[in-house]
Design a protein. Structure first.
Lengths: 138, 565
């Protein structure tokens, strides 16, 4: 395929279209949470999720989760068509319950991390990551 | 017992009194034709440490006119708070007399008339005089440059920032942080930074591949001044690869990273820092939020959003100082640091009235030498203006109205888009428009003027996206520019709605018809962040347009209706 200037412009435009409106959490994400926690209540402390406020590149967004005392951490991109990102499992000899990875976000949405603690309780952290067209900086 | 916050509030009150009295005096003195350099520089040296802050110079070596915005809307918790107070409300808030030098320097309104009386502002040779005067009071004062320095003029573009590097080096800064510098491309930035005789700081400049700190941009630097151990932490513009073309500096990642900022504050405190200063390019509202989340910062020297405030803002126990843009102001902050704590401050935002402050001879000669090879091009007259040409404002300004007209006419477009940047000096009615003036409002390394077809629906997506970057109620989701300027199309914006619901009533002005979401329109614009954008340079497009017009007259633009301000 020969790229004409017009095609390049349209591709540039096309790249924008994916980032429309903020994406709501899908039913699949709700289901996955219910499956992981068995419907148990989740504390809002005990887990830290570090993610950028605005993604520099929606295709590779760096995130980090840390939950001291966790045996398992579930990470979901709640607005993606397939919300499951990863489940990190920590054995009894793990030096720290921390993991970092990069995830792909289809658009602006909440990233959620849920830790299952060794006592069977759950903790949840959520972070809104914006995926934007950009431009126009001061 | 008097708490530390009480001390700081006492300082705030003193600052306000000092500010008001000196501001008031200027008005009377000016009326007597007696505004002098001594009065502008008058400052009773205080405490044991002095900071000098200058930021967002945008390549302006010479005096210019610069009109402050008349529309600067705050949202969420910042509604009605400084810097989102403009014009007469701003003057009332700070007790500034109408028609006074402070009115002219700090607020919009009667700009063209006041510019005739008070003249140009800025010029790095005048800035040098002010810095030298402060250093005469306090020889070990720390000079900090908040960035957006190596960008924004003809000579800066032609020399890839070298003119600014050479002149700033003569002012002997102690540290700097960054934003538009990176649009020179990472190779050029690295080349300059490796030769800088001062620290290039950024706790939030990371390697994009490994997400690790970058060696040439250390997070902080220690200074020992007046017996006080001072840590200066740098904070570069967080959203560079989003607001500017990330493909020009793919090795770097930024972000706010306030958890790392807290770690750096804790680290320098652990190493004995008695005073923690953040040299920031976050923008004012982001700095306010950061001050509320990160503990242990004494002073934030704030840049990026180009706000000029005659008093610092106090958030918790942190003072935030905003020092304007384009070389128009220098802030002096004297601090009393005792027993390892900042116990008080004295502050003055010094306006650089170019006709009042004597140029420093050495720096003036250096500036002339940098400009000499380009003199003929700089001075070439393209046309003349009958109107005040300015940029600042949330939705439009006459410079961008003119640029959008040029795009529509020269590129045969239905609709034009001009980026909502905040740099670019003003011209007053009757002035010639030179090539230098044109570059001052358009110069950049990605200034190609594209021409493209976009559907009505897609144009709305762009407006909604940019609007959310300005009017998202959470400052951490704001990028700090203004709304993209639109030519050939009107619209209504309700700033308090969520993304997707702010923009309505999009109308094609030439026919008066509503924009059809399914129909394609020819859109011309510039400053695309996409790689391989093609088209003529924007300054050539605007030059051709102005040459055809001869004399420019810009009619008032009422095509954006704003709801909820």
């Amino acid at each position: 395929m020969t790229l004409t200037r017009r095609n390049v412009m349209i591709m540039g435009a096309g790249a924008f279209v994916a980032f429309g409106l903020p994406m709501r959490a899908t039913a699949a994400a709700e289901d996955r949470i219910a499956e992981f926690t068995g419907g148990a209540a989740m504390a809002d402390s005990g887990i830290t999720l570090t993610a950028p406020e605005i993604a520099e590149n929606g295709n590779t967004v760096p995130i980090e989760v840390a939950a001291p005392g966790a045996v398992e951490i579930l990470v979901l991109a709640t607005g993606n068509p397939t919300p499951g990102v990863a489940t990190f499992k920590f054995g009894p000899l793990a030096a720290s319950q921390t993991a970092s990875t990069r995830i792909r976000l289809a658009g602006t949405q909440d990233v959620v991390a849920i830790a299952k603690m060794s006592d069977g309780s759950f903790a949840k952290a959520s972070s809104n990551v914006k995926v934007t067209i950009g431009g126009c900086g001061g | 017992m008097i708490s530390r916050r009480d001390f700081l509030q006492t300082s705030m009150a003193a600052s306000a009194i000092l500010g008001a009295s000196s501001l008031g005096n200027w008005a009377k003195l000016a009326a007597q034709q007696a505004l002098t350099q001594d009065q502008l520089l008058q400052f009773d040296t205080f405490g044991n440490v002095s900071l000098i802050h200058i930021t967002d110079i945008h390549g302006q070596l010479k005096p210019i006119y610069f009109r402050e915005p008349s529309i600067n809307i705050g949202v969420g918790g910042n509604k009605g708070a400084v810097p989102h107070v403009t014009g007469a409300d701003f003057r009332k808030l700070y007790g500034i007399d109408d028609g006074s030098p402070s009115h002219y320097a700090l607020s919009a309104g009667d700009f063209s008339a006041l510019a005739q009386s008070y003249g140009k502002v800025g010029g790095l040779d005048r800035v040098a005089t002010v810095i030298n005067a402060i250093r005469a009071d306090r020889p070990d004062a720390i000079l900090l440059d908040g960035g957006d320095t190596w960008h924004g003029s003809y000579t800066c573009y032609k020399t890839a920032g070298q003119d600014m590097v050479n002149v700033m080096n003569a002012l002997k800064p102690d540290a700097m942080t960054f934003h538009w510098e990176f649009t020179l491309g990472s190779a050029r930035v690295q080349e300059i930074v490796e030769g800088l005789p001062f620290a290039a700081l950024g706790q939030n400049i990371f390697d994009a591949e490994w997400d690790e700190p970058v060696e040439i941009f250390p997070p902080y630097k220690f200074f020992e001044r007046g017996g006080v151990k001072i840590a200066v932490i740098g904070q570069a513009f967080p959203y560079m690869p989003i607001a500017n073309p990330g493909w020009m500096f793919p090795e770097y990642s930024f972000g706010i990273r306030d958890e790392n900022m807290q770690a750096m504050v804790d680290e320098v405190r652990g190493q004995g820092a008695e005073l923690v200063v953040v040299l920031s390019h976050n923008g004012f509202d982001v700095d306010k939020k950061m001050a509320s989340r990160v503990t242990g910062i004494d002073v934030i020297l704030s840049g990026h959003t180009h706000d000029a405030l005659p008093e610092p803002a106090l958030v918790g126990e942190t003072i935030i100082v905003a020092s304007g843009s384009n070389g128009k102001f220098v802030s002096r902050v004297d601090l009393d640091v005792r027993d390892g704590r900042m116990m008080g401050f004295r502050h003055k935002l010094i306006p650089i009235f170019s006709d009042v402050i004597e140029p420093d001879k050495e720096v003036a000669a250096l500036i002339d030498a940098e400009r000499a090879p380009f003199k003929a091009d700089l001075e070439e007259v393209i046309g003349k203006t009958d109107s005040l040409l300015y940029r600042r404002g949330n939705f439009n300004g006459t410079w961008d109205d003119l640029i959008c007209d040029a795009l529509i006419s020269e590129r045969e477009a239905d609709i034009a888009m001009s980026p909502g940047v905040r740099w670019g000096p003003s011209l007053i009615p009757g002035q010639d428009i030179t090539r230098e003036d044109l570059f001052n409002v358009t110069s950049m390394t990605y200034g190609k003027a594209y021409r493209s077809e976009m559907t009505g629906e897609f144009i709305k997506v762009i407006l909604e996206d940019v609007a959310d970057n300005i009017f998202n109620p959470d400052p951490y989701y704001q990028q700090g520019g203004d709304m993209v300027r639109i030519g050939g199309m009107g619209y209504r914006i309700d700033i308090n709605q969520p993304q997707g619901s702010r923009i309505s009533d999009m109308t094609l002005l030439k026919t008066g018809e509503a924009i059809d979401p399914a129909k394609s329109y020819v859109v011309a614009g510039w400053a695309s962040v996409n790689e391989n954008t093609e088209g003529p340079e924007i300054w050539d497009v605007v030059e051709n347009h102005i040459r055809k017009l001869g004399t420019v007259s810009v009619t008032p633009n009422n095509s954006v209706q704003v709801i909820g301000a």
